[in-house]
Design a protein around this ligand. Sequence first.
Ligand code: MTE
Length: 320
Amino acid sequence: MVNVHRRRSWEIAESFATPEYAFLNRRALLAAMGIGAMAAAVAPGRARGAEADPTADLYPARKNDAYGVDNGITPENINANYNNFYEYGTDKYIATAAQSLVVRPWPIEIGGLVEKPLTIEFDELVRRFPLETRLYRHRCVEAWSMTIPWSGFPLASLVEFARPLSDAKFIRFETFLDPSMAPGQNSFLYPWPYVEGVTMAEAANELAFLVTGAYDKPLLKQFGAPIRLALPWKYGFKSIKSIRRIDFVAERPVGLWEAIQPSEYGFWANVNPDVPHPRWSQARERVLHTGETIPTRIFNGYGAQVAHLYEGLDPSSLFM
Ligand code: MTE
């Protein structure tokens, strides 16, 4: 057999990314993991279940060059060991615990205000849409950021597939609920399951993306396998992981964080450096793969695509 080096689709040589991203910068890793953290680094390579995954043949997905980043890609081993997934713990080092997430079978219910509610297995759903790879920025409300090669399909394609009725105004997403495989769900401090929502106009926006893979393979469990959302102009908590239920609704959904602390986490949660979180500034962000702190941009730099969605709305609630 000939050993061919196949360039991974997110490995771009062009202007978007600096070549340094490919190297694991020790300082950045320590910064990302928190010095002294005893978390076991989970090797994110293909070995961890990727071959056994019946959707592995879908990757690498065609790269869509319309979506790029300008400060390099976060190496997979940094990203895969610094996650928010409260179902598996409240710190960033849940990668090992998240391996108990069982992703097959994974029936997804699509219901609410649709022509015909249905349940579809993830492995079938993912083959209904052409997958593509996009480089997206990811800005957490906690003021750190990454850049990620996500693969998936536009949320707008799912909306078309679901055939919502005209009185649907929002989409409500729900994560699985199973404390036997997610110990964090035994905690009474959180109103499980994790819920998030968007307006129909936001769902139709080109940037709203349903993610099924990253780094040219199916999603690692800690990333929210087998399917999660990416809304790169909003704080990361809007990008719900491990989606099990999608409902088209008339009322604005209340997300898990909004339910717990509405004075700190709202429905819109659009990134804005000029609107501080009640307990910290949002002016700057720590880039996990460089260790640098850089200025945050309005709508996380995606204003050209999304600012029009919010014209005429009360700005006092749009950015929390
Ligand atoms: N989805 C679920 N189900 N559970 C979570 O705890 N955390 C959110 C979001 N989606 C979360 C979730 C938060 S706060 C962020 S910043 C991102 O996932 C983190 O995604 P990442 O771990 O891929 O960086």
